[in-house]
Design a binder for this molecule. Structure first.
Ligand code: PMM
Length: 269
């Protein structure tokens, strides 16, 4: 899954694809590089970010979804708003990727049930402006799994089908670097819940310190290789999909993992 953030302030690529035409062109480049799905988002979730209005989010996302879907690309919409998800589906999106797992907007579970579209249930504990204060766990893997399953219960009770649901442990969302590493090393426990799993490590803060002296962060656009290593790790654990900004490096890593027979490929959405 290649990422197109149509935002002025995303953590990893904010401001680069805010113009509609630039965002569409970037989506096409990621498809040419080997992405099977393009994830289009109009709201930054970086720690501390303020939310755009629904109108602004629609203005950013819908034309990009529409142009990419029209060209035959499988598009997912990265949104916490049912209104935006519905408009994106009407514009041709195939998947709803909600980083709040349906917690942020009370209308989302009903839309998921009604639409029958695949729905990504990401682990989330609150909006970006104060999420890092919620990064408290005794056993992060167990608690993330339990909290995702609570969301699954809510979605099923609202009429969603089990087959629609994809789980995502939410790397970087209300988690410290240590929590992110523990989740990455415990990925098999997430996969063993029996749902397709999506993972988003791409360019995230905890990768910034790999191979560096303390205090000297790796620049965001120099994190493709470390991200690709985590993609190979995810594939070996049986993750269904990885969400990345640098598609070429991850495609190479997944090709190596495939050649080694290490891709477990559990589930589909
Ligand atoms: N991370 C970001 C945005 N959307 N969606 C899913 N399902 N999983 C993620 O980990 C995730 C996401 C934040 O990343 P970015 O703003 O750097 O693209």
């Amino acid at each position: 899954m290649g990422v197109v953030n149509v935002t002025p302030d995303s953590f990893s690529d904010g401001g680069r694809w805010i113009e509609t035409e630039a965002a569409i062109a970037h989506g096409r480049e990621l498809v040419a590089a080997g992405a099977a799905i393009i994830d289009v988002g109009g709201e930054s979730t970086r720690p501390g970010a303020e939310r755009p209005s629904a109108g602004e989010e629609l203005r950013r996302v819908v034309p990009v979804v529409s142009a990419l879907a029209e060209a035959g690309t499988v598009v997912s919409v990265d949104t916490m708003r049912a209104e935006v998800a519905a408009a994106a589906l009407a514009a041709g999106a195939a998947i709803i990727n909600d980083v709040s797992g349906g917690l942020s907007d009370p209308q989302m579970p009903a839309l998921v049930a009604e639409s029958a579209a695949p729905f990504v249930v990401m682990h989330w504990r609150g909006h970006a402006h104060d999420m890092q204060s919620r990064a408290r766990y005794d056993d992060v893997v167990a608690e993330v799994c339990a909290e995702m399953l609570e969301r699954v219960d809510v979605l099923l009770a609202a009429g969603a089908a089990r087959e629609q649901l994809v789980l995502d442990p939410g790397i970087g969302f209300a988690k410290t670097a240590a929590h992110n590493w523990q989740l990455l090393s415990g990925l098999e426990r997430v996969v063993d819940l029996g749902y397709p799993v999506l993972l988003g490590t791409s360019r995230k803060g905890f990768l910034g310190s790999v191979g560096r002296q303390e205090g000297a962060e790796r620049p965001l656009d120099s994190r493709a290789v470390v991200t690709a290593v985590t993609s190979a790790r995810a594939a070996r654990a049986g993750v269904w999909c990885v969400r990345v900004h640098d598609v070429t490096a991850t495609v190479d890593a997944l090709d190596v993992a495939t050649a080694l027979g290490e891709v477990r490929g559990v589930g589909s959405a």
